[in-house]
Design a protein around this ligand. Structure first.
Ligand code: APR
Ligand code: ZN
Length: 281
């Protein structure tokens, strides 16, 4: 694995615009279970996944009932205020501080990239600590609304202070559209990058899983010297795609990733940062 970590460090140093796409495998070392790994939430309770597919339709049918249920039951992930970023989150924040990593597009709703100090985070599936207006996409911090107070006064669902629209949690449910601003910004990052780290995701949930495939399609023209010593222009992949995962995913099988560094994100990423520092000396 060491030589792959060194290879990734060199690729990062040689990149002009590196981005990271992350999934639940970034946060398992913070104590938050993933979904489809061996002890994942859906692996252990397929019924919970089936119910999760109904949540958005239940919201659309009866936002008041959606809120009553949300405020009375426990969160799927337990108390997210009690978990901490792990060395993997801090490593990505350090790569951003070094000017190498330009953006993190995360499927995780746990806010741990932000708490580790990463500035440019796109919460592709929303953020558990935010509320969002379904009409104007305005976002509010949880504390800006006294949700329990609204519940006791029978005044749920909360309404947007900007346009009066209905407010839901910022978390994007299955079958719910990705908020248009986030979807657009994420595609812009994918079209701009020349290196993509894919950390701890099974890459099976669309449309997020489309992003690595869009990157793989991108080609640029480069000059190559043929055996005969003639310079020819050819079209080559525009993005180096590096996967970090505890186990192989469809991305390797489909030839989307250039290479897989198999192991724990919380160990590989700090090692990568140390290699970048060593090679930059
Ligand atoms: N280090 C590296 N990889 C890990 C680690 C770790 N410490 N822990 C788990 N993994 C890997 C697993 O092998 C798996 O491939 O991370 C991946 C997690 O995959 P999923 O559980 O499917 O999570 P994710 O890809 O983020 O799910 C996408 O599905 O249910 C929806 O909205 C939910 O955002 C989520 C989306
Ligand atoms: Zn609004």
């Amino acid at each position: 694995m060491e030589e792959l970590v060194e290879r990734a460090a060199r690729d990062l140093i040689n990149s002009n615009y590196a981005i990271a796409l992350t999934g639940a495998g970034m946060s398992t070392e913070s104590g938050i279970p993933d979904f489809r790994g061996p002890s994942g939430i859906w692996t252990k309770d397929p019924e919970a996944e089936r119910r999760a597919y109904q949540t958005y339709h239940r919201f659309l049918a009866n936002p008041k009932e959606y809120w009553e249920e949300k405020l009375s039951g426990p969160s799927l992930f337990g108390d997210l205020t009690k978990v901490e970023p792990n060395p993997g989150h801090h490593a990505l924040a350090e790569l951003e501080e070094m000017g190498i990593l330009k953006c993190v597009i995360t499927q995780n709703i746990d806010n741990l990239h932000q708490r580790a100090g990463t500035e440019n985070v796109l919460d592709y599936h929303g953020n558990a600590f935010k509320l969002r207006c379904v009409d104007c996409n305005a976002r509010f911090d949880l504390e800006e609304y006294d949700l329990q107070g609204l519940r006791e006064e029978g005044r749920l669902p909360p309404h947007c202070r900007k346009c009066g629209g209905v407010i839901k949690g910022d978390v994007v449910h299955f079958r719910e559209p990705i908020p248009s601003d986030i979807a657009h910004q994420s595609l812009e990052e994918v079209w701009r990058c020349d290196l993509m780290l894919i950390c701890g995701t099974s890459a099976v949930v669309y449309p997020f899983a489309e992003l690595p495939r869009v990157a793989r399609q991108r080609k640029i023209e480069a000059e190559r010297k043929t055996e005969a010593g003639i310079y020819a222009v050819e079209r080559v992949p525009a993005v180096t795609i590096i996967e970090l995962n505890a186990e192989p995913t469809p991305l390797m099988a489909e030839g989307i990733s250039d290479y897989l560094i198999q192991g724990k994100t919380g160990e590989i990423l700090p090692g990568m940062v140390e290699e970048v520092k060593r090679l930059r000396r």
